[in-house]
Design a protein around this ligand. Structure first.
Ligand code: GLP
Length: 244
Protein backbone atom coordinates (compact mmCIF):
# COMPACT_ATOMS: atom_id res chain seq x y z
CA UNK A 1 0.00 0.00 0.00
CA UNK A 2 1.45 3.34 -1.04
CA UNK A 3 0.80 6.54 0.90
CA UNK A 4 1.74 10.05 -0.22
CA UNK A 5 4.28 10.49 2.55
CA UNK A 6 5.96 8.88 5.53
CA UNK A 7 3.84 10.69 8.13
CA UNK A 8 0.53 9.59 6.64
CA UNK A 9 1.80 6.01 6.37
CA UNK A 10 3.20 6.01 9.91
CA UNK A 11 -0.16 7.13 11.29
CA UNK A 12 -1.84 4.22 9.54
CA UNK A 13 0.65 1.74 11.05
CA UNK A 14 0.26 3.29 14.53
CA UNK A 15 -3.51 3.03 14.10
CA UNK A 16 -3.21 -0.68 13.28
CA UNK A 17 -1.08 -1.25 16.38
CA UNK A 18 -3.53 0.71 18.53
CA UNK A 19 -6.40 -1.37 17.09
CA UNK A 20 -4.69 -4.62 18.09
CA UNK A 21 -3.96 -3.29 21.59
CA UNK A 22 -7.58 -2.19 22.08
CA UNK A 23 -9.06 -5.41 20.70
CA UNK A 24 -6.84 -7.63 22.85
CA UNK A 25 -7.39 -5.50 25.95
CA UNK A 26 -11.17 -5.73 25.49
CA UNK A 27 -10.86 -9.50 25.37
CA UNK A 28 -8.76 -9.49 28.54
CA UNK A 29 -5.73 -10.72 26.60
CA UNK A 30 -2.24 -9.35 26.12
CA UNK A 31 -1.24 -7.78 22.81
CA UNK A 32 2.10 -9.23 21.72
CA UNK A 33 3.99 -6.87 19.45
CA UNK A 34 7.19 -7.41 17.49
CA UNK A 35 8.99 -4.08 17.27
CA UNK A 36 11.75 -2.71 15.08
CA UNK A 37 14.40 -0.01 15.36
CA UNK A 38 16.15 2.26 12.86
CA UNK A 39 14.90 5.53 11.42
CA UNK A 40 11.90 3.91 9.72
CA UNK A 41 9.54 3.32 12.70
CA UNK A 42 10.31 6.53 14.62
CA UNK A 43 7.17 8.39 13.43
CA UNK A 44 5.06 5.31 14.25
CA UNK A 45 6.33 5.38 17.84
CA UNK A 46 5.77 9.13 18.01
CA UNK A 47 2.15 8.65 16.99
CA UNK A 48 1.70 5.84 19.54
CA UNK A 49 3.03 8.14 22.26
CA UNK A 50 0.54 10.80 21.12
CA UNK A 51 -2.30 8.26 21.21
CA UNK A 52 -1.25 7.33 24.76
CA UNK A 53 -0.92 10.91 25.98
CA UNK A 54 -3.91 12.45 24.21
CA UNK A 55 -6.33 9.60 23.61
CA UNK A 56 -5.71 7.33 26.57
CA UNK A 57 -4.25 4.35 24.68
CA UNK A 58 -2.85 2.11 27.42
CA UNK A 59 0.11 -0.25 27.09
CA UNK A 60 -0.64 -2.06 30.36
CA UNK A 61 -1.70 -5.17 28.43
CA UNK A 62 1.12 -5.02 25.92
CA UNK A 63 4.16 -7.30 25.73
CA UNK A 64 6.87 -6.41 23.24
CA UNK A 65 9.68 -8.34 21.58
CA UNK A 66 12.27 -6.35 19.66
CA UNK A 67 13.75 -7.82 16.53
CA UNK A 68 17.42 -7.35 17.20
CA UNK A 69 20.36 -5.77 19.01
CA UNK A 70 23.98 -5.24 18.10
CA UNK A 71 26.46 -7.62 19.75
CA UNK A 72 28.35 -6.88 21.83
CA UNK A 73 26.48 -3.78 22.95
CA UNK A 74 26.26 -2.03 26.30
CA UNK A 75 22.62 -1.51 27.31
CA UNK A 76 23.40 2.12 28.13
CA UNK A 77 25.28 3.01 24.92
CA UNK A 78 23.50 5.61 22.78
CA UNK A 79 23.64 3.23 19.82
CA UNK A 80 21.93 0.38 21.69
CA UNK A 81 18.45 -0.55 20.56
CA UNK A 82 17.47 -0.64 24.22
CA UNK A 83 18.24 3.08 24.59
CA UNK A 84 16.53 3.72 21.23
CA UNK A 85 13.30 2.02 22.33
CA UNK A 86 13.24 3.79 25.70
CA UNK A 87 13.83 7.14 24.03
CA UNK A 88 11.26 6.78 21.27
CA UNK A 89 8.52 4.75 22.97
CA UNK A 90 8.86 2.99 26.31
CA UNK A 91 9.79 6.02 28.46
CA UNK A 92 6.62 7.80 27.32
CA UNK A 93 3.94 5.10 27.72
CA UNK A 94 2.58 2.98 30.59
CA UNK A 95 4.22 -0.33 29.62
CA UNK A 96 5.57 -2.41 32.51
CA UNK A 97 9.35 -2.95 32.25
CA UNK A 98 8.90 -6.70 32.70
CA UNK A 99 6.80 -6.78 29.53
CA UNK A 100 9.65 -5.41 27.40
CA UNK A 101 11.92 -7.92 25.66
CA UNK A 102 14.99 -6.90 23.66
CA UNK A 103 17.89 -9.17 22.71
CA UNK A 104 20.65 -8.67 25.28
CA UNK A 105 23.85 -7.28 23.80
CA UNK A 106 25.70 -7.63 27.11
CA UNK A 107 25.62 -11.43 27.31
CA UNK A 108 28.80 -13.45 27.57
CA UNK A 109 29.40 -15.26 24.28
CA UNK A 110 28.81 -18.68 25.88
CA UNK A 111 25.34 -17.58 27.07
CA UNK A 112 24.07 -16.28 23.72
CA UNK A 113 22.76 -19.57 22.31
CA UNK A 114 20.68 -20.33 25.42
CA UNK A 115 19.35 -16.76 25.46
CA UNK A 116 18.25 -17.10 21.81
CA UNK A 117 16.42 -20.37 22.46
CA UNK A 118 14.74 -18.81 25.45
CA UNK A 119 13.67 -15.77 23.36
CA UNK A 120 11.90 -18.09 20.93
CA UNK A 121 10.25 -20.00 23.77
CA UNK A 122 9.13 -16.79 25.41
CA UNK A 123 7.48 -15.53 22.21
CA UNK A 124 5.67 -18.86 21.80
CA UNK A 125 4.74 -18.84 25.50
CA UNK A 126 2.84 -15.60 24.93
CA UNK A 127 0.94 -17.24 22.08
CA UNK A 128 3.15 -15.78 19.32
CA UNK A 129 3.39 -12.28 17.89
CA UNK A 130 0.12 -10.58 16.92
CA UNK A 131 2.01 -8.19 14.68
CA UNK A 132 5.63 -7.80 13.63
CA UNK A 133 6.69 -4.47 12.17
CA UNK A 134 9.78 -4.34 9.99
CA UNK A 135 12.05 -1.91 8.22
CA UNK A 136 14.34 -3.03 5.44
CA UNK A 137 18.10 -2.63 5.16
CA UNK A 138 19.81 -1.90 1.86
CA UNK A 139 21.15 -5.47 1.79
CA UNK A 140 17.52 -6.65 1.87
CA UNK A 141 17.83 -7.62 5.52
CA UNK A 142 14.84 -7.78 7.84
CA UNK A 143 15.81 -7.61 11.47
CA UNK A 144 19.49 -8.36 11.02
CA UNK A 145 18.84 -11.37 8.76
CA UNK A 146 21.52 -10.65 6.20
CA UNK A 147 21.88 -12.29 2.76
CA UNK A 148 22.35 -16.03 3.22
CA UNK A 149 19.85 -16.29 6.09
CA UNK A 150 17.76 -19.45 5.98
CA UNK A 151 13.97 -19.16 5.67
CA UNK A 152 13.47 -21.26 8.80
CA UNK A 153 16.14 -19.48 10.87
CA UNK A 154 15.41 -18.68 14.51
CA UNK A 155 16.80 -16.11 16.93
CA UNK A 156 20.59 -16.29 16.73
CA UNK A 157 23.92 -14.50 16.65
CA UNK A 158 24.77 -13.28 13.13
CA UNK A 159 27.58 -11.42 11.38
CA UNK A 160 26.68 -8.07 9.86
CA UNK A 161 27.12 -7.38 6.18
CA UNK A 162 29.70 -4.75 5.23
CA UNK A 163 27.01 -2.52 3.64
CA UNK A 164 24.95 -2.68 6.85
CA UNK A 165 28.02 -1.68 8.88
CA UNK A 166 28.74 1.21 6.47
CA UNK A 167 25.12 2.39 6.76
CA UNK A 168 25.46 2.37 10.57
CA UNK A 169 28.85 4.12 10.56
CA UNK A 170 27.56 7.64 11.20
CA UNK A 171 25.75 6.47 14.38
CA UNK A 172 28.98 5.02 15.71
CA UNK A 173 31.42 7.74 14.64
CA UNK A 174 33.01 5.55 12.00
CA UNK A 175 32.57 2.09 10.53
CA UNK A 176 35.43 0.66 12.62
CA UNK A 177 33.29 1.21 15.74
CA UNK A 178 30.22 -0.62 14.38
CA UNK A 179 29.92 -4.05 16.00
CA UNK A 180 30.50 -6.90 13.57
CA UNK A 181 27.70 -9.02 15.01
CA UNK A 182 24.12 -8.83 16.21
CA UNK A 183 21.48 -10.97 17.85
CA UNK A 184 18.37 -11.10 15.67
CA UNK A 185 15.07 -12.90 15.48
CA UNK A 186 15.21 -15.25 12.52
CA UNK A 187 13.21 -15.29 9.31
CA UNK A 188 11.29 -18.23 10.79
CA UNK A 189 10.55 -16.24 13.96
CA UNK A 190 9.23 -13.30 11.92
CA UNK A 191 7.12 -15.59 9.73
CA UNK A 192 5.27 -16.99 12.74
CA UNK A 193 3.76 -13.54 13.44
CA UNK A 194 0.05 -13.43 12.64
CA UNK A 195 0.56 -10.20 10.72
CA UNK A 196 3.69 -8.59 9.27
CA UNK A 197 4.02 -4.98 8.14
CA UNK A 198 7.19 -3.92 6.34
CA UNK A 199 7.64 -0.16 6.10
CA UNK A 200 9.99 1.77 3.82
CA UNK A 201 10.34 5.47 3.20
CA UNK A 202 12.30 7.62 0.76
CA UNK A 203 14.06 7.07 -2.53
CA UNK A 204 17.11 5.43 -0.93
CA UNK A 205 14.94 2.34 -0.33
CA UNK A 206 13.29 2.27 -3.78
CA UNK A 207 15.73 -0.19 -5.37
CA UNK A 208 15.73 -2.70 -2.50
CA UNK A 209 11.93 -2.46 -2.23
CA UNK A 210 11.67 -3.24 -5.95
CA UNK A 211 13.94 -6.29 -5.53
CA UNK A 212 12.04 -7.45 -2.43
CA UNK A 213 8.65 -7.22 -4.13
CA UNK A 214 9.43 -8.06 -7.76
CA UNK A 215 12.67 -10.05 -7.61
CA UNK A 216 13.00 -13.82 -7.39
CA UNK A 217 12.65 -15.10 -3.84
CA UNK A 218 16.11 -16.09 -2.65
CA UNK A 219 18.47 -16.00 0.30
CA UNK A 220 20.43 -13.27 -1.51
CA UNK A 221 17.71 -10.79 -0.50
CA UNK A 222 16.07 -12.10 2.67
CA UNK A 223 13.09 -9.70 2.38
CA UNK A 224 12.02 -11.64 -0.74
CA UNK A 225 11.04 -14.50 1.58
CA UNK A 226 8.07 -12.32 2.55
CA UNK A 227 6.62 -13.05 -0.91
CA UNK A 228 5.76 -16.48 0.51
CA UNK A 229 3.58 -15.11 3.31
CA UNK A 230 -0.13 -14.33 3.02
CA UNK A 231 -0.01 -12.15 6.10
CA UNK A 232 2.41 -9.48 4.97
CA UNK A 233 1.79 -5.95 3.81
CA UNK A 234 4.38 -3.50 2.52
CA UNK A 235 3.48 0.05 3.55
CA UNK A 236 5.47 2.54 1.51
CA UNK A 237 5.69 6.22 0.77
CA UNK A 238 5.65 7.29 -2.87
CA UNK A 239 9.43 7.62 -3.06
CA UNK A 240 10.13 4.12 -1.71
CA UNK A 241 7.55 2.77 -4.18
CA UNK A 242 8.94 4.73 -7.12
CA UNK A 243 10.86 1.83 -8.74
CA UNK A 244 7.91 -0.60 -8.64
C1 GLP B 1 18.86 -1.73 10.86
C2 GLP B 1 17.92 -2.65 11.68
C3 GLP B 1 16.75 -3.11 10.88
C4 GLP B 1 16.21 -1.92 10.12
C5 GLP B 1 17.20 -1.52 9.05
C6 GLP B 1 16.83 -0.26 8.32
O1 GLP B 1 20.11 -2.22 10.69
N1 GLP B 1 18.54 -3.76 12.31
O2 GLP B 1 15.78 -3.71 11.73
O3 GLP B 1 15.01 -2.24 9.52
O4 GLP B 1 18.51 -1.47 9.52
O5 GLP B 1 17.17 0.89 9.04
P1 GLP B 1 16.52 2.29 8.80
O6 GLP B 1 15.11 2.18 9.27
O7 GLP B 1 17.31 3.24 9.68
O8 GLP B 1 16.63 2.58 7.36
Amino acid sequence: TVYPDMLAASKVVAGRIAGIIKQKTQRGEKAVLGLATGATPIAVYKELVRLHQQEGLSFKNVTTFNLDEYYPMSATAVQSYKVFMNKHLFDHVDIAPENINIPDGELAQEDVAAFCLDYEKKISGYGGLDLQILGIGRTGHIGFNEPGSAPNSGTRLVSLDELTRSDAAHDFGGKANVPSKAITMGIGTIFKAREIILMAWNAKKAEIVRKAVEGDASADIPATYLQHSDNVEFILDEDAASAL
